[in-house]
Write a protein that binds this ligand. Sequence first.
Ligand code: NAP
Ligand code: HSE
Length: 435
Amino acid sequence: MQKINLALLGFGVVGQAVYELLSKNATRIAKITGFHPVIKKILVRDLKKKRKISIDKGFLTTDFNEILSDEEIKIVCELMGGLEPSEEYILKSLHQGKAVITANKALLSERGEKIFTKLNQRRGYLGFEASVGGGIPVIKTIRESLIGNKIHRIVGIVNGTTNYILTQMQERKMDFAKALRLAQEKGYAEADPSLDLKGIDSAHKISLLASLAFNFFVPYDWVYVEGIEKIQLEDLEFANQFGYVVKLLAMAQRVKGKLEVRVHPTLIPEKHILTSVRLNYNAFLIEGDFVGNILLHGLGAGGYPTASAVVSDIVDAIKYIASGQNGLTIYPLYEKERKKEFRPIEECIFRYYFRFQALDKPGVLSKISGILGRHGISIASVVQIGRHRGKGAVPIVMLTHETKEKAVRVALKEIEKLEVVQGETVMLRLFEEKG
Ligand code: NAP
Ligand code: HSE
């Protein structure tokens, strides 16, 4: 049986899970592929760090050049995260003719222009299944299984950490900080968890999926993004009273000749299938012109599911190497002028949820609804919760009919200037399937 040597860059949550998976299942993979994947070196920052997996120290190194210059190492798996030195190590590995695998959506989404160009020039291999959806094979599904389709839409819950937090808040009334701490302990969160909370990790992922769906590279800064930091338990409860569940949704779609790519917390009707996606699960609803709608669902964060995706790429890399390193894949290229095909958020049309904090005085509701009316925003339902006995504010919550975002932004600014309204309005968008 032929051996194929690989190196791991990073031995944290994902790196150790890949090691465990290969320790358990490499023989099985060898029987299927004819090649036995063997980890030869592992790059870490700190040789003395105590780790879950105990490993012979001889495998570990802090010197990337040991890996780069080792001609026996054919596959490099970048599982460190961050932009630097990951980008440098990936580009150098590709330059050296090694196949590369990465779970680093931040890097690909922010620096993909350079990396994908290099790949196309060298006909190199870069597997990035683990960068989106944890163990869910969403990249392969779009690139391979759905290759015959024009993709109209991808709607997904693509971040395990925020979905875990929202689920725990909603179902167990857990406070935000505790839910985040648990998500971190379970290894779901990014090293900097603000990437999860601010929606940035979701934006990285949807930018990659949009790139595959639209066939050109959609960089991170073309994605409109909002996170879940402003959401409070009471918003989840009000949404429930109106028959909705709040999820952080990522979307890439073609609407009336324009492209829309965005991430924001969204009210989804409680009967919609995406509301059953709980905890660290992710899901992707993909619509193609021939296949119709398909749904992928599975564990979107955590070491083991992510390792499953990394190893599927290792097997693809083995096939690439065995077939003479002649990559057939074309990676999506940056085409600056395509930006004008994107619809800015101000031009998008939604139904909205608003929560105002307003003084409990006569006429307040009519002042708010008067401003909304002047901007052509029509209210579908409204509730004023409770009566405040002191001088404090009470929430006024409403749902609107469909309206353009531009009008909403102007109206909310005006409303926030009213003396009877306190603080910033919580504004969330609704997702409703037509037909
Ligand atoms: P992690 O637990 O923080 O592990 C990072 C590893 O990289 C550590 O072993 C660290 O070394 C090593 N490292 C970092 N910077 C380094 C440097 N400059 N030189 C050498 N080694 C360095 O992170 P993780 O959760 O495994 O995530 C790794 C990647 O997978 C990230 O891109 C992340 O976005 C992605 N990802 C994670 C998940 C998940 O559920 N965790 C899922 C999908 C994708 P030390 O151990 O010595 O500090
Ligand atoms: N932090 C990411 C998440 C890891 O929570 O989804 C998986 O990409």
